[in-house]
Design a binder for this molecule. Structure first.
Ligand code: PRP
Ligand code: URA
Length: 242
């Protein structure tokens, strides 16, 4: 269980001099071509500070997690293919733009991943959603697959795999194995994740080099129970039941 030293940096608006910006711990740097970490903006760091705080009540945890999820979905969409698309404006002029190419589906790893479904729906109206129920054994942290229900034509779609937590990587890797067994090519899987450990990133990104990960933050490591540290605790409990 490695503990990376997460960098502490000045974070603040560009118009402020470096010595006038507050410092904050930002994401650990990871060097995988298939991993994108969201820009460590003041907004993102402030949102993460709220959801990491142990005394944040459930209502705020849900509200501010949803805001981070929205940022992840918006960035994730940048990784889907587009084609040139010219439209005519109301004043009769052409605008050379883009349109998305290909069909998508969201697939959430239950339970915590379901928290990301609404953020996806808010951006992609009537998106198809599949579910994979995987639970980590609380003692061993080994994932166990219980159930999956996926759109019939999942193999023809780009899949946005949803899970806010990537700890050992076992659950996400198992979910990708399920998708691949249903014919989804690895390169059409995009994993959207709120908080990752370096260990989870390494396992996932090296096992599936042609899948992509978009995460908000890579933390320092894992504790003896395979919880992410400093982390935010149990995402599913804090979002749904605590
Ligand atoms: C959490 C989380 C991930 C998994 C991450 O789910 O949402 O699915 O653990 O850990 P890993 O990378 O070591 O596999 P959990 O199984 O606790 O279930 P929950 O969604 O019901 O909270
Ligand atoms: N699942 C969580 O919800 N949190 C962790 O830190 C690890 C797994």
């Amino acid at each position: 269980m490695t503990e990376e030293v997460a960098p502490v940096k000045c974070v603040g608006p560009e118009y402020r001099a470096e010595d006038q910006k507050p410092t904050a711990t930002v994401s650990t740097v990871v060097n995988y071509d298939n991993v994108t970490v969201l820009p460590q903006t003041p907004q993102l760091i402030a949102l993460l500070s709220i959801i990491r705080n142990h005394s944040t009540a459930r209502g705020d945890f849900v509200f501010y997690s949803n805001r981070i999820i929205r940022l992840l979905v918006e960035e994730g969409l940048n990784h889907l293919p587009t084609v040139s698309h010219t439209v005519t404006t109301p004043v009769g002029r052409p605008y050379d733009g883009l349109s998305f190419q290909g069909k998508i589906a969201g697939v959430s790893i239950m339970r915590a991943g379901e928290a990301m479904e609404q953020g996806l729906r808010d951006c992609c109206r009537s998106v198809r959603i599949g579910k994979i129920l995987i639970q980590r054994d609380e003692e061993t942290a080994q994932p166990k697959l219980f159930y999956d229900k996926l759109p019939e034509d999942i193999a023809d779609r780009w899949v946005l795999l949803l899970d806010p937590m990537l700890a050992t990587g076992g659950s996400a890797i198992m979910a990708v194995d399920v998708l691949k067994s249903r014919g989804v090519p690895e390169e059409r899987i995009l994993f959207l994740n709120v908080l990752a450990s370096p260990e989870g990133i390494k396992s996932f990104a090296s096992k599936f080099p042609t899948s992509r990960v978009v995460t908000a933050f890579v933390d320092e490591g894992l504790d003896e129970k395979n919880y992410i540290i400093p982390g935010l605790g149990d995402f599913g409990d804090r979002y749904y039941t605590r």
